[in-house]
Structure formats: structure tokens, C-alpha cells
Design a protein around this ligand. Sequence first.
Ligand code: NAD
Length: 376
Amino acid sequence: MAVTIGVPRETRPGEDRVAMSPEMAARLRKAGYEVLVERGAGESAYFPDAEFEAQGARLTGRDEALGADVVVTVSPPEDELQKLRPGAALVGFLQPLDRPELARALAERGVTAFAMELVPRITRAQKMDALSAMSTVAGYKAVLLAADALPKFFPLLTTAAGTIRPAQVLVLGAGVAGLQALATARRLGAVTSAYDVRAAAREQVESVGARFVELELDTGDAEDRGGYAKALAEDQQARQVELLARHVAKADVVISTALIPGRPAPVLITERGVEGMQSGSVIVDLAAANGGNCAVTRPDERVRHGGVQILGPTNLAASMPLHASQMYARTVAALLTEFTTDGAFTPGFDDEIVQGACVTHGGEVVHERVRDLVSG
Ligand code: NAD
């Protein structure tokens, strides 16, 4: 009998993505799996049941999808862990560093869990990089939200009613989301600039036509071995906020994306910083789910502070569910097929990708950082 991959419908409010696309269902079937899709699972992402069926997936009820050998999800089915089979595998955004208690529960259930956010960012795993895929969506959409909220044009316009100056868009944190935001803002005609603590970001910022903001701040060792930012010392962080305020004040739009893995987001714009901005300016704070880069941000709300609007969307990828699901499903399918032998999911625990992404196995929390959090 074929090994089954289950695709439950997502139940988290506002989560319109799904972890499987009809295209990936066909690929996984070809690899020897049977794909069980809960009826309606793809509907919110605009993948009708009939498309899954046409690609050889079987439509099922929820319990059957959750009872599969391998269950793929966006968010973990946290209230239904008892429906997962002991010994089954679960793949999804499991937030293990933020929610270690969930990792403990998965271990107790005997599930082998893989967190897509922990897939190491090595070349071989690029096709499984779900975080980058979702950051691409978020960076793009953040600019559209900003353009919609901004009471001004983005592009330079020369009209009979006079000349309109282009919007100044400043991006704080030039990782994957930040670079996509810069590219998108430029396509809409804005003048773009960006700041990042990692020195390596300068070249990437310039490659998308933006100016790199130079601060008199020595952040020489701000990058860890994985290419991520490290937290700045307290005095450096305070100095950074002070130096940035001048640039923030000149921007019509600030898109902030600065994150440090496993820590609250650094506050880069204080309340006073917001008050220094021109009336009509807009901040889109993509770090809202991690506490926010702006002190005024409230998650999933639009705050008006004086003449400035501050938006704190926490799940922008879900607001573009078709492409976000298509991209996410590809990364999940890439992880599964990388470790498929004769139609079965056979992750080798000496593999760097498995070691990086596997959170629980054999009744234990096996990921070191998560284990420290669980026992700490
Ligand atoms: P992220 O989402 O963790 O953080 C976003 C950005 O915020 C980062 O660029 C970070 O340097 C920056 N930041 C953190 N603290 C800051 C502060 N105080 N001030 C200003 N900026 C601050 O990052 P990400 O988008 O996931 O990317 C992190 C790195 O990983 C980047 O170098 C990226 O190019 C790299 N990356 C590599 C691969 C790969 O090799 N497969 C894939 C994706 C990303």
C-alpha cells in the first residue's frame, strides 16, 4: 500500500494558504505517494477540489487527512494532535522557538515533526526555503498596502496640474522581504533607500536600485555564521535608533522587516521617531508578529499616531494565498522528495537538513535549541 500524505484544511483564523497545490500533488504521486486532501482544503487558496482530483489526489474527510503517514500543514493542527498517528511525520511552520510547548506535545504524541522555518539556509536546501518564499510575498504585499494607505502618489508625475514628487520609501532590514519591498516600490516609481546592520546587505540593496543608508555605527560583527543578524549591544541599539530617526523623518513610507531569530524584533522607530515624520506618512511594520520594529505598532491593526499611519500585518503571505500556497507547497514537496526512497519518506538523521529541521522524533524533542527552551 502506498505511503499517504495528508493535507488538512487550515483552521487558524485568516489562514487562507494550504500546504499542497494540485501541481505538487501530481509530483508527489509520481514519487509513489498517495495524496489525501481534506475536502475544501484548497478552496481559500483558489485550488478547487476538482483540480486536486484531476492530479490524482484523493479527497477525504478531516480525520483521514490528519491520520496520514505524513501530514503537511501551514500551521500545526494544535487542538487535534490526538488525531495524528504515533510514528507519523508532520511538516509545517511549527514555530518551535516561539512555542516550545507545542514541540513537547508533538514529542509526547510520538510524531516526527519538521519545522519549515528551521530548514538550514544552505545551497542544497534552497528549494526548501519556505521562509524566503513567504518573505518574498510579504515584502511585495507590504508595498501594496503602503501605496494604498499613502495619501500620495508613488511615482514622479508631470501633469498640467503641476509636478508631483516621487514618494521616498525607506526599508529597514534588507533581508529577503526588504529586498522584495525595495524592488516593488521602485517598480511603482518610488525613490528607494534601505538600511541593514549586516554589511553584506549593501551590495544587494544597490542591486535593486536603492541607496544604502550609511550610519556612523560600527556593526562589523553583526552577522552570525548562518547569515542572520545578531542582536546589537544596548548602547549600539540606542545609537542606531537615534541615527535612523533623521532618515525615518524624511521618508513618506517606511517598511520595516528587521528580525533577529529567536528574539523579539529590535525597536528601530520610537514614538518620538513617529512624531518626527511628516503628516501623511505610512509605516508598514512586518516585524509586528515579533513585537514590532516600531514602538507604536499593534499587531494586525492600523494605528493612527498624529498624522502617521502604522500598519502591523502579521500574516501577509496569507493575503496572497494562491501564489503563497504554490510557493510553500513547492518547498514542502522539495523536502519530502529529497528524503523519499521507494515511495516512502525516509529522512536520514545524519543529514544536515534533517538535523536542522527535525524538532521531535522517537518521543523526544531532538532539536538542541528547542530542547533547551523546553527544559529551560
Ligand atoms: P530576517 O527576516 O531574519 O531579518 C530581516 C533583516 O533584518 C535581515 O537582513 C537582518 O540583517 C536585518 N536586521 C536585523 N536587526 C536589524 C537592525 N537592528 N537594524 C537593521 N536591520 C536589522 O532575515 P532574512 O530575510 O531571513 O535573511 C537573513 C539572511 O539570510 C540574509 O543575508 C539573506 O540574504 C540570507 N539568506 C540566505 C539564503 C540561502 O543562502 N539559502 C536564503 C535566504 C536568506
